[in-house]
Structure formats: structure tokens, C-alpha cells
Design a protein around this ligand. Sequence first.
Ligand SMILES: Nc1ncnc2c1ncn2[C@@H]1O[C@H](COP(=O)(O)OP(=O)(O)O)[C@@H](O)[C@H]1O
Length: 285
Amino acid sequence: MAALNRLLRTSFLGSLSRMSTTAAPEGGGRFVPELAVPKMGAGPRRDHRERGVQWVFLGCPGVGKGTYASRLSQLLGVPHIATGDLVREELSSSGSLAQQLSAIVNQGHLVSDEIIIELLSKRLQNGASNGESGFILDGFPRTIRQAEILEGVTDIDLVINLKLREDVLLKKCLGRRICSQCGGNFNVASIDIKGENGRPGINMAPLLPPPNCAAKLITRSDDTEEVVKERLRVYNDTSLPVEEFYRKRGKLLEFELPGGIPESWPKLLRALNLEDHDDKQSAAA
Ligand SMILES: Nc1ncnc2c1ncn2[C@@H]1O[C@H](COP(=O)(O)OP(=O)(O)O)[C@@H](O)[C@H]1O
């Protein structure tokens, strides 16, 4: 854990990410990664007014973390860093790690903390050398250990916990499509669930691709029914405690999605006190 911490801290401090072997408390040698967090001005715990926001998105697979994190990153001018994207980039390379990762990801399991921290450290490092400040993390932390490591190296300002009922999550994952050429994300699922027994209904229109992407759509290899169900199980088992970790620290903003992007985006901005920000951006555009 101490060494994992150091890797993140080193990355935030602007030196090279690395892995190291340290002695486990009980004396056995244990391979422990460190998350290296690049230096952003005065240091990893730089005052939040002098840097971009440091936010985290939590939520089950398919809830829309990527969609809303990416919109907020454009609005606030901070990078959107999705560890799932880092894993998929690695998967598309011919490196030896790719084979190992593909077996784990296609079973719906989590990649080891060591590997994910190394990928994240590298990404933070590259960003720091390009002058990035702040971040919106999506898909990290996903284990208590990852949350503790992150807490050990930098301050997280806010954690947004997106929520959606499980039957909708499954439909959304199965409807996900990516344009193999431009990388655009779409969703062909049309969700229209009527309210019953006091439970509100939910309506989400599909997010269809433009004509030039329509013939180039691909599906993520881990978006099959069996694997999505396993990912939901893993989330409830391993990542739900991360919600509690941040709830106890008073950093968790719970946000139940009321529907698709047209209904949810304005409500999310209101919950984040960012409505004015959005108006200014639109006026400037
Ligand atoms: N923080 C993390 N810790 C461990 N594994 C991760 C992490 N982030 C991503 N992964 C791996 O990458 C896969 C895809 O992640 P992601 O795109 O975030 O999927 P999801 O749609 O399940 O939220 C995960 O199922 C997992 O195998």
C-alpha cells in the first residue's frame, strides 16, 4: 500500500511512474504498485482554488459515467480520465499485457490495482507534461484500496454517484455502440418503462449515430448479457463500499438519473450549481 501510494504521488509530482516490490507488513515480499500523481503547481495537495476541479464519478456499468463526465470535462476545462478507456487502449496494443487484460475484462472482472494504477499514473504523467490541471475520474477508484491510495496522494473535491435501476442498466449496456472510425459513443436502446406500484417510470430515447457512422458501429466485447450481469455483480460486491467510503467523508453527491440526457443534464448542472456556467459557455460558443 505504501509503495502503491508512492507511485501515485510520484506521478502527481511529475516524475516517472514505476512499480516496485516492498515488504508486506508480515514480512513477505509483495508486489505493490504506487500511483504517481503529477505535481500541479504547488504540490499534490494544492489549494483547490488554484487548480482545476478534482472530481470522481461513481456508478454501475452503463449508468452514463462517461457521458456526463465527458460533458462536465468540456464545461470545466479539465481532462476526463476513464480507466476503462486506458484499459481498452492497452487492449488494442500488441503488448504482452493485452492478452492478460483481455481475459480479465471479457469475464467482467476487475484488473488488478497494480495494473490500473500503473496505467493511471502514466496518463496523469502525460497530462501533467502537457500542462493539465485537475481531472474528472471515471471508473476509478473501484475498490477500497484504490480509494485509500487516491486519498493518500491528493484531495478529491467531490464524488458524483450516478444511479439508475438495474433493468435499465442492463438494457443500456446491451444497446451501447461505438463508431470504429471516429470513436463516437451511441446507444440504440429505446427505454420506455411505465411507472408502477409507486415506482416512477423512465424514458430514454436512443442516441443514434449520424449516417456516416451508422455502418461502422461495433459493440464492446464485454457488453454481452452474461458479462454485464457479472460486472453488475462485481460492482455491488467490490465498488459499492467505495460509495460508503466517500459518503462517510461527506463528499458523495447522489444523483438518480431521471431519464435520458435532455432531462438529466440540466438537473445535474443544477445539483452541481453549474447552471450559470453552462449559460456562459453557451453564450460564448
Ligand atoms: N479502476 C479499475 N479497477 C480495476 N479494473 C478496472 C478499473 N477501471 C476499469 N477497469 C477494467 O476495465 C473494464 C471496463 O471498464 P469501464 O469502461 O469503466 O466499464 P463499465 O462500463 O463497467 O463502467 C472493467 O470491467 C474492468 O475490467
